[in-house]
Design a binder for this molecule. Structure first.
Ligand SMILES: NC(=O)c1ccc[n+]([C@@H]2O[C@H](COP(=O)([O-])OP(=O)(O)OC[C@H]3O[C@@H](n4cnc5c(N)ncnc54)[C@H](O)[C@@H]3O)[C@@H](O)[C@H]2O)c1
Length: 315
């Protein structure tokens, strides 16, 4: 790069070179020490693997799901995983919570710091959700509304409650940056806050052959909601992104494809539509998650929908 100096002379490019950066200034960190990550759908198949990776990176985790028994079972398993891998500093808490109930979500999010040394969660992995295969003509209104309430409204509720809590904490501590709003008041900044919503390729394409209109529309809503929140909350430094998986081998899909010849045929049909010719393993989402959670690796990424589908949506 060249610049003109006060005499109109062109300065040499040499003078513009930045000082030698340190390696840690170039390479992003994926460590999450000192953070609490909320994992919704915490007893689910995808969540289980993602939570192991969060613990390995030093994050505390707060698991939210419907059933107390399954939560306690998952919590015990993860504690065992942490012990076996010498991850002694991490705390795992478990919270029964219907993500589609705004009041309960608010109550749970407010209580979480009490079990994590007062640390307010600023990282989110939102996996809670479910799918139904019902033809649109026959879809009972209440059933369809329930899918939207959990998958879509639940995504909004958890993000709202987390952001409210972050803002309230900063107001209590009056820890504000020098950034100013139009009215001149300082705007609180949360440079580490990152919310990752698990959408689905079903929010971008229509799965075939199984009918699932309520699921598809709810996931399309999740992807666009992430963009909307990203725009509203960028001023606070809160980033909001989604990951849209293709077919993953978890309890959710195994319910549909295992145990019958029809299920096996459906799996064959699905994988034939994936350029990579197979379903995903939950571990194949760890990299995308850590990228989006890292405040150095993805500091300029917000409102993005990261599709991880073995190429499904390309065909
Ligand atoms: N498995 C796939 O092929 C696939 C593909 C694309 C997207 N996804 C999405 O990934 C996410 C995780 O899916 P998974 O495969 O691990 O499924 P899963 O069924 O194993 O896990 C989902 C979890 O969400 C919980 N949940 C459901 N309703 C809830 C509610 N009202 N409140 C709180 N928790 C609730 C369930 O109890 C379950 O533990 C889901 O959002 C799903 O839509 C899955």
């Amino acid at each position: 790069m060249t610049n003109s100096n006060s005499n109109g002379m062109v300065e040499s490019a040499q003078q513009d070179l930045p000082s030698m950066p340190k390696l840690q200034d170039i390479l992003p960190s994926f460590r999450l020490d000192g953070h609490v990550t909320i994992v919704t759908g915490g007893s689910g198949g995808l969540a289980h693997t993602l939570t192991q990776a969060l613990l390995a990176q030093g994050s505390d985790v707060a698991l939210l799901d419907l059933s107390v028994e399954r939560l306690e079972y998952t919590q015990r398993e993860l504690q065992e995983f942490a012990r076996a891998n010498n991850l002694n500093k991490v705390t795992i808490s478990a919270w029964p919570c219907d993500i589609g109930d705004a009041a309960i979500v608010e109550e749970v999010v407010r209580a979480i710091p009490l079990k994590h040394n007062g640390i307010v969660p600023d990282k989110l992995i939102h996996t809670a959700g479910y799918c139904q295969n019902i033809p649109a003509m026959d879809y009972d209104a209440r059933q369809a509304e329930a899918v939207v309430r959990v998958n879509l409204m639940g995504s909004l509720y958890i993000c709202q409650s987390m952001s409210r809590q972050l803002l309230q904490k900063s107001q209590r501590r009056k820890s504000v940056s020098s950034d100013s709003s139009e009215a001149g008041e300082a705007v609180p900044q949360f440079p580490h806050a990152s919310y990752v919503l698990i959408g689905s390729m079903s929010g971008c394409i229509v799965n075939n052959p199984q009918p699932q209109v309520a699921y598809n529309m709810s996931k399309a809503g999740v992807i666009h909601m992430a963009r909307s929140l990203a725009c509203e909350w960028a001023r606070y430094g809160i980033r909001v992104n989604s990951i849209s998986p293709g077919y993953i081998a978890t309890a959710l899909t195994k319910k549909v494809i295992s145990g019958s010849p029809e299920g096996a045929a459906l799996q064959q049909e699905w994988t034939s539509r994936v350029p990579m010719g197979r379903m995903a393993d939950p571990r194949e989402f760890v990299g995308a998650m850590l990228y989006l959670l890292s405040s150095s690796a993805s500091s300029y990424t917000t409102g993005e929908n990261l599709v991880v589908d073995g190429g499904y949506t390309c065909w």
